[in-house]
Design a protein around this ligand. Structure first.
Ligand code: PHE
Length: 450
């Protein structure tokens, strides 16, 4: 792909490279850790159906909104919003950079735990008492060390640039992740009791769908999982050329992301039900992944060890490619705003985020609050993005038509209508719930309840 206006901006080398990088951003802890539980708690198959609906009605229009701004301006969020909307809108860009800091700071801490679990499996096998082990893994100074390790890896990839770093890493890492996950799902299918896991995961409980809380959960999960609402997709699309069919790419990326999340559920629930440990799972989603699953791997002996190692490697891969996209937003913004070079910008951003990550690395309470706040910030960011593209900046429709064959053009009016009328109210609703959740989490962590 050649850069059409002859500028210096980096570009993705291939279509597959871009898609895998974007899917790498989308696929992460949100898919393999959060989705299965939110879905199971929220009505099983009925939730999955609602989630697909939201992906179509909200996720894809929002992703296209970000794409149209990013490729339209060929700048990272701050500059792009300023260019298309005037100085006031650059504030939204700054908010995105802030959200990037916030998310990556705790995301890399969790990614560090994942690496530690993978190492546990490789070095000595998973610990016999997973709850005790979880306590060890998340306390003291070691989580800080692993957090720094993840940050260093992330900085390394981002500093190498769009083609040589981000694209190349995605081309290797994402197929690895897909391969491992499919293997795991096939293996899980052979487990005795797998059927009960599927039955729980996919029970068609329509009644829960009428609960507005579930709707807000599904919407929140959709932005989080698709990396929307903080300029990630915007930034990646700024490295695309005019002949890219944005609509086709948005659909491909969104459904790949959903596919991974869905298959992760097909791994997790059979494992848990095969061992009859579903009780351990309902307490917390964090516990589910880091306590129930390692527990299951231990019970399964040698096979469990291999499976567990593969599972945590896949999860770690997903987390690192997402971390890369988060750091890229910060790095690209520094490059575009200051003309500091990529290497220095990524190191600078990485160091600041590593420092912010000290708090969640040493305090689980802090991490919990940051996670909720991140979700709320994404909802807010997504809301303003939809308002911007739907009502403020003109030209999104033309940008979306560019590079798309005629037969795609007839979807553009309904797409724009959705960006104007459907997306903003639904997101606003989800944002309100998300901010309430921040408050609740904060009070339960620090509100002097003890
Ligand atoms: N989408 C990532 C996940 O599912 C998280 C993420 C959110 C990454 C926002 C970038 C931006 O884990």
């Amino acid at each position: 792909m050649q850069h059409s206006d002859g500028g210096q901006r980096e570009v993705f080398n291939t279509r597959v490279g871009f898609i895998l990088a974007a899917v790498g951003s989308a696929v992460g802890l949100g898919n393999m850790w959060r989705f299965p539980y939110v879905a199971a708690e929220g009505g099983g198959a009925a939730f999955v159906f609602l989630y697909i609906l939201l992906t179509l009605a909200i996720g894809i229009p929002l992703m296209l909104s970000e794409f149209s701004v990013g490729r339209g301006a060929r700048l990272s969020p701050i500059g792009a919003l300023r260019k298309l909307g005037g100085g006031r809108w650059s504030v939204l860009g700054w908010m995105y950079v802030f959200t990037g800091f916030l998310i990556l700071a705790y995301y890399s801490v969790i990614a560090g735990w994942v690496v530690r679990y993978a190492l546990d499996g490789i070095v000595a096998g998973f610990a016999p008492d997973p709850a005790v082990r979880f306590g060890e893994v998340t306390s003291g100074l070691t989580p800080l060390g692993f957090h720094l390790g993840v940050m260093a890896t992330t900085v390394f990839i981002v500093s190498m640039g769009v083609q040589k770093g981000i694209e190349r890493a995605a081309l290797v890492l994402m197929p690895t992740l897909f391969g491992i996950l499919i293997l795991l799902a096939i293996w899980a299918f052979t487990l005795e009791g797998a059927v009960n896991g599927y039955a729980f995961y996919l029970r068609p409980d329509v009644s829960e769908l009428l609960d507005p809380y579930i709707l807000s959960q599904a919407a929140g999960q959709a932005f989080y999982s698709l990396s929307l609402g903080m300029g990630c997709m915007l930034t990646f699309s700024s490295y695309l050329s005019d002949d890219t069919n944005l609509t086709r790419e948005a659909v491909t990326i969104s459904f790949s992301d959903f596919g991974v999340a869905f298959v992760a559920g097909l791994v997790v629930f059979p494992v848990i039900f095969a061992l009859g440990i579903q009780g351990d799972v309902s307490e917390s989603t964090m516990g589910a992944l880091f306590i129930a699953l390692p527990g299951a791997f231990v019970e399964m002996g040698a096979a469990g060890r291999v499976i567990g190692i593969l599972f945590f490697i896949a999860l770690g891969v997903g987390a690192v490619t997402s971390a890369v996209s988060l750091l890229e937003v910060v790095t690209a913004s520094v490059i575009d705003e200051t003309r500091i070079n990529r290497r220095k910008a990524s190191i600078l951003g990485g160091i600041l985020i590593a420092i912010l990550g000290i708090l969640p690395a040493v305090s689980l309470d802090f991490l919990g609050v940051m996670d909720k706040l991140a979700e709320a910030m994404l909802a807010l960011g997504a809301f303003f993005m939809a308002v911007f593209v739907g009502w403020v900046a003109v030209g999104a429709a033309d940008e979306i038509r560019k590079g798309a064959p005629e037969r795609f053009h007839r979807f553009v009016p309904s797409l724009m209508a959705s960006i104007r009328w459907v997306v903003p109210p639904v997101i606003l609703f989800a944002a309100v719930y998300a901010f309430i959740a921040v408050y609740t989490e904060y009070m339960s962590a620090f509100g002097g309840g003890g």
